[in-house]
Design a protein around this ligand. Structure first.
Ligand code: SAH
Length: 321
């Protein structure tokens, strides 16, 4: 197997220290991936909702307006976790600039390369953090789109932690077979920090991702890797493909429910429809000049809500008081 420099390092580490937990390997792989690669868009590996249509960010902006109006707080901390190219926040800021809401913009982002993108994309000053515990102690609205799916997971087979070894010229997982359970300790830790902040200083959260709200520990494997818009074998492209797992929304919501917050779980389609999707689409159509432009806008918008595309695969967990 041809190895990249990142994979060679990983192999050396395993050969000298023994197998590494899947949790550690996934964390290392994604950190390298987001630090190095051209991730988003047609040229990259995958495309996300804010990159498909500005309507996505506009609907999220309406959600923000609603939270601020209800609490009568117009200078919230607006914290986006894993903002990618910063497109969602840029679309939000454009809408908010027409209101009396003056947010203080913060990002949680580990990739230096993506921080650069975000800086270029944002017309307003913003602050970056490595750790959620560092954000200012005040009313905050948390946003996360396709963030939690990228956090490392732990797999257990019949109760035993899954490790990654290097055998016969390939990365392999041990043990194999048996009943697999996945959990995401990093997600849990982050959700606890968010819940603690919200309960001390007030605020709300919007978590958008693919996943489900079924059992708190799900049976079966959801780990997957995407490269150039196609699924690939996760262990064959370490550091070089986006490794993700379905988000366990029930587990994620527990930290908030314990602090007395309400969780509202719905499909992306229902969320967008509830926050002005049709109106925004109509506005955009009226403003566009050519027939081709209008068709493009319509088909992109449709992709966000179509049950066969992103409309039902993607879910929204809204956390509020
Ligand atoms: N929300 C964006 C991008 C999603 S990709 C969009 O919708 O287009 C995942 C993002 O999370 C990237 O910005 C990546 O660098 C960031 N990320 C991944 N792991 C992280 C971690 N542990 N801490 C902070 N950011 C992380």
């Amino acid at each position: 197997m041809h190895l990249t420099p990142f994979q060679k390092n990983l192999r050396e580490k395993i050969l000298s220290q023994g197998p590494l937990s899947l949790l550690e390997v996934m964390g290392l792989s994604n950190a390298h991936y987001y630090a190095e690669k051209e991730v988003f868009g047609r040229e990259g590996d995958f495309i996300t909702s804010p990159e498909i249509s500005q309507i996505f960010g506009e609907c999220v902006a309406f959600w923000i307006v609603e939270q601020c109006q209800r609490e009568e707080i117009y200078d919230p901390i607006l914290l986006e976790m894993g903002p990618g190219r910063g497109t969602l926040m840029r679309d939000i800021v454009r809408i908010l600039s027409k209101t009396k809401i003056k947010p203080d913009i913060h990002f949680l982002e580990t990739s230096p390369k993506l921080r650069e993108f975000q800086k270029e994309n944002m017309p307003e000053p913003c602050v970056w953090h490595d750790d959620l515990r560092d954000i200012p102690k005040k009313f905050a609205l948390f946003l996360a789109n396709e963030f939690f799916d990228a956090l490392p997971i732990q797999q257990k087979v019949d109760g035993v932690d899954v490790y990654v070894d290097y055998v016969d010229d390939a990365f392999v997982r041990v043990p194999r077979g048996g009943e697999m359970i996945e959990t995401s300790p990093v997600s849990l830790d982050i959700s606890k920090t968010m819940a603690a902040h919200l309960s001390s200083y007030g605020g709300a959260a919007l978590i958008i991702d693919y996943g489900d709200y079924t059992k708190s520990e799900r049976i079966g494997e959801t780990l997957q890797a995407v490269k150039q818009h196609a699924y690939v074998d996760p262990l064959k492209h370490l550091g070089d493909a986006d490794l993700t797992a379905h988000v366990d929304f029930k587990l994620l919501s527990e930290a908030f429910l314990k602090k007395g917050f309400r969780g509202n779980f719905m499909t992306q389609r229902d969320f967008l429809k509830a926050y002005g999707f049709d109106l925004r689409l109509q506005k955009l159509m009226e403003q566009s000049l050519s027939h081709d432009q209008r068709q493009d806008i319509q088909s992109r918008a449709h992709r966000l809500i179509d049950p066969k595309q992103m409309g039902e695969l993607f879910k929204v967990l809204e956390i509020s008081l």
